[in-house]
Design a protein around this ligand. Structure first.
Ligand SMILES: C[S@@+](CC[C@H](N)C(=O)[O-])C[C@H]1O[C@@H](n2cnc3c(N)ncnc32)[C@H](O)[C@@H]1O
Length: 360
């Protein structure tokens, strides 16, 4: 179909400086090919989980709505659209109803099957009865659960043959399904935490976070605190309980995590930030930054992103302020932290996790 743009330059635009990482895969190419083979143009197209905008930019002539799940995704799509002189972006998210019912949807399958189901829920309640959904993934990431979840929403679930080690599943024959409440409730210590499906960490509070909460240090001098990569807000909430008058900022890249944290922690001194970096904070802002930092990004492990964030933490801490973080012992962040902070001490360590305190 002549509606596919060609010769676009799509880059990753994330916090990583690793230029060897690609902004798209054969699974994205397969989705473009599916759209190109259509005889009739979709009237209302949505694209889910288009991490850096490869599909959104190439299909710009079809005016797709990109369903966003991360701030970093939004920034990357905007940067790639602008670099390629494309205009007219339309964004939404998996919690908001769409103005126009979808007749076609593309999903680049996420690693989280819970998030995949969030996407199908959204499509189920925002589409015509004849909607066609194309789901693409690299064959090595296939799991039969993609099929069983799809079968909850569609009568016909057809897998393609592999091309360049990628495959699609085509979903047609939408079933009438009742709207599900896409929230889990997790009980931990004295609280219940709500979180949308697909938010870290599914069904329980992460064990590294639990270890951190058992041993981090909080003093009366810690008046302005940042919970970086805050997920459902559990670390910020525990701090609020111990120190109710403290000003607490929570910053998170995932839209569904931010919306979950808003259900768990609020108050006049609580500030939620939907962002993937600290550029909106001035130098010397915080007394304390706490974090269980990200290093898994879909199917990749990338420590360059947390290391970039640690450098930003240094900038945003007041002199004498400190960063406390938990990590898996094998990641060996100490080598990097000692290059950034004058003082790095181990607060606690066991065979799996280590908690560092880094003073500016
Ligand atoms: C290990 S989880 C910790 C979540 C939460 N603090 C907890 O302990 O349950 C890391 C979180 O970082 C978020 N994240 C990933 N990249 C980020 C970035 N650049 N800025 C902020 N948050 C990010 C992920 O969405 C994820 O929720």
């Amino acid at each position: 179909m002549a509606t596919i743009k060609t010769q676009l330059q799509i880059q990753r635009h994330d916090l990583s400086t690793d230029k060897s990482l690609r902004a798209h895969s054969a699974a994205d190419e397969l989705l473009l090919k599916r759209v190109g083979a259509l005889e009739t143009k979709p009237k209302s197209l949505a694209i889910y989980h288009d991490r850096f905008g490869y599909l959104t930019c190439h299909l710009q002539k079809l005016s797709p709505v990109a369903i966003l799940t991360e701030k970093s995704q939004e920034k990357a799509i905007l940067a790639n659209a602008s670099a390629n002189d494309l205009e007219g972006r339309r964004f939404s998210n998996p919690l908001s109803p769409l103005k126009k019912k979808l007749d076609y949807a593309l999903i680049k399958a996420p690693k989280s099957l819970a998030l995949f189901q969030v996407f199908l829920e959204h499509i189920a309640h925002n589409s015509t009865a004849k909607v066609i959904v194309e789901v693409a993934f690299m064959t090595r990431h296939f799991t039969p659960k993609l099929l069983s979840i799809s079968n909850q929403y569609f009568e016909n679930v057809e897998q393609s043959k592999a091309e360049k080690k990628a495959r699609t599943i085509t979903l047609t024959g939408k079933k009438q399904v009742p709207k599900q409440d896409i929230l889990d409730v997790i009980n931990y210590r004295n609280d219940s935490y709500k979180q949308y499906w697909g938010v870290f960490s599914a069904k329980h509070i992460d064990y590294a976070t639990q270890y951190f909460l058992d041993c981090f240090e909080l003093t009366p001098e810690d008046k302005v605190i940042l919970d970086l990569a805050s997920g459902n807000g559990v670390i910020g909430k525990e701090i609020q309980r111990e120190s109710p008058d403290t000003e607490i900022h929570l910053l998170e890249d995932s839209y569904l995590a931010v919306e979950s944290a808003k259900l768990n922690i609020d108050g006049p001194n609580v500030h939620h930030h939907y962002d993937n970096d600290l550029t909106n904070f001035k130098n010397d802002t915080f007394d304390l930054i706490v974090t269980n930092p990200p290093f898994h990004f879909e199917h990749e492990i990338n420590v360059k992103i947390p290391i970039y964030l640690f450098k930003e933490c240094f900038r945003c801490l007041k002199p004498g302020g400190n960063l406390q973080l938990v990590s898996n012992t094998h990641l060996n962040y100490k080598t990097h932290l000692t290059k950034i902070f004058p003082s790095v001490q181990v607060l606690a360590e066991n065979e799996k996790f280590v908690v560092y305190k880094c003073v500016k």
